[in-house]
Design a binder for this molecule. Structure first.
Ligand SMILES: [Zn+2]
Length: 228
């Protein structure tokens, strides 16, 4: 079979999803690239409830990047107020403490990106006309979801991988906030799914730059690329 997708993705799609029968899978079109803008929301900007230092600096970069991609996707952290990742929902715990939630380590965050609030909105100055899909994540009270593809336990998919495949996308660039959490885990899941993945460092900022520096090495070891 000849098609535009990287071999690991082809293997997985055929074995698990039987995509060899789908007409859009076998295409002569050149491979396409999508930009995923992760969680560029008011609560993650300076003055927001979970501010990423210098997060506002990336907005013009992200706006400018969009013209280089065939498809633009945004994600939106979108939590119910009772979300278990909020320290406020654990009376004896402090912000940034770690607990075990459903068998996994969970950092306890300040309340952020609560559904329907101003802080959860995409940043006003983000150019949004070209965004074709907004993926909302973190909607399940019981489990956090850093990645745009799966919750942190990989129990439920957001459907994004299937969407990208039907759109003929084989390459992904990831930017947004925060580099060491949602950007990193989105990029890692994309690699594991078989996409070619790039993290754009000028288009992201970390909560903790040292943590991000370590994680980016892991991302590169797994085959990801990094550009400024
Ligand atoms: Zn969150």
């Amino acid at each position: 079979m000849s098609n535009i997708f990287p071999p690991p993705l082809v293997k997985r799609l055929n074995e698990e999803f039987h995509f060899e029968d789908k007409p859009y899978f076998d295409s002569d079109e050149p491979s396409k690239a999508a930009l995923i803008i992760v969680d560029l929301q008011s609560d993650f900007l300076p003055k927001g409830s979970l501010a990423v230092p210098r997060g506002d600096e990336i907005i013009p970069v992200v706006n400018n990047l969009q013209k280089h991609y065939d498809l633009i996707i945004a994600t939106q952290d979108w939590h119910p107020a009772a979300h278990k990742s909020f320290a406020s929902n654990h009376p004896d715990k402090e912000v940034m403490e770690t607990i075990i939630l459903d068998g996994r380590e969970q950092v306890l965050w300040p309340d952020h990106c609560v559904q329907g609030t101003k802080g959860a909105e995409l940043v006003e100055t983000l150019e949004s006309n070209k965004i074709e899909l907004v993926v909302r994540k973190g909607t399940d009270v019981q489990i956090d979801s850093y990645s745009a593809f799966f919750d942190n336990g990989h129990k439920k998919s957001t459907g994004l991988a299937g969407y990208l495949i039907e759109k003929g996308i084989s390459k992904l660039a990831v930017c947004g906030l925060a580099a060491d959490y949602c950007v990193f885990y989105t990029a890692m899941d994309a690699l594991e799914l078989g996409f070619e993945v790039e993290i754009i460092t000028e288009g992201t900022r970390a909560i903790d730059p040292e943590t991000f520096a370590k994680k980016i090495e892991l991302f590169k070891e797994k085959g990801g690329t990094v550009s400024s």
